[in-house]
Write a protein that binds this ligand. Structure first.
Ligand code: CA
Length: 218
């Protein structure tokens, strides 16, 4: 379910948005202060944030600035007073995806929320890369140094898991449960076998064995 965080200290407005979003089939969570907004938004579990500028503790612009500084790409729609042109400019410069001037009709806000959610989902990565190793998730194609490498479905899934966590060590158990997805036999060497296949196809040095821990894509 799509989760929306509403950061708004005026009860009248937050409950109006919350009710409307729930009726439209979204999950809605309300916070009333800037620090709470920042704490929840940075968990990354929300698909979009509706952020009032005038929040106690930390204003909405500062909340957004910190989120963007941490690399959060969650779409943010700023709520602002109608007259505050400078707030609108600061919002957009600070990384807001859109703004709503108060007062507004709920359906206007809903239309903007849907639009921004669509933008975000179409911007989802379709190619994962580690140097000259690339996986095209839509076309289900892999390439190394520009040449196509044939992978089986399982090899592709394993490569995708390693690429999504490049530089991190993934244990055999993690790889088994994520790629094979069944209740595995911890004694199974299927992961090692498939890592061997990928090494043959990608080049042995690309997948490092971290003794006693697992594998890492370098
Ligand atoms: Ca306010």
């Amino acid at each position: 379910m799509t989760g929306i965080l509403i950061a708004e200290d005026e009860e009248r407005i937050s409950s109006f948005i919350e009710k409307g979003l729930k009726a439209a089939g979204f999950q809605a969570t309300v916070v009333r202060t800037g620090p709470d907004a920042l704490e929840l938004a940075r968990t990354g579990v929300f698909d979009l944030v509706v952020l009032d500028i005038g929040l106690p503790g930390l204003d909405g612009l500062e909340v957004m600035r910190r989120l963007r500084a941490e690399g959060a790409k969650t779409p943010v729609i700023i709520l602002t007073a109608r007259s505050a042109v400078e707030d609108v400019l600061a919002s957009l410069e600070g990384g807001a995806n859109d703004y709503m001037a108060k007062p507004f009709r709920f359906d206007e806000l809903l239309a903007r929320i849907r639009l921004r959610l669509n933008d975000a989902s179409s911007a989802v990565e379709t190619v994962l890369a580690a140097g000259d190793l690339e996986l095209d998730l839509r076309g289900r194609r892999a390439s190394v140094e520009g040449r196509t490498v044939d992978l089986s479905a399982r090899e592709f899934a394993l490569a995708e898991e390693l690429l999504r966590h490049q530089g991190q060590v993934l244990s055999r158990e993690q790889l088994l449960s994520r790629v094979w997805g069944f209740d595995f036999d911890p004694g199974s060497n299927v992961v090692d076998v498939y890592v061997g296949y990928l090494r043959q196809k990608f080049g042995a040095a690309r997948i490092e064995t971290v003794r006693g821990m697992g594998y890492r894509l370098v």
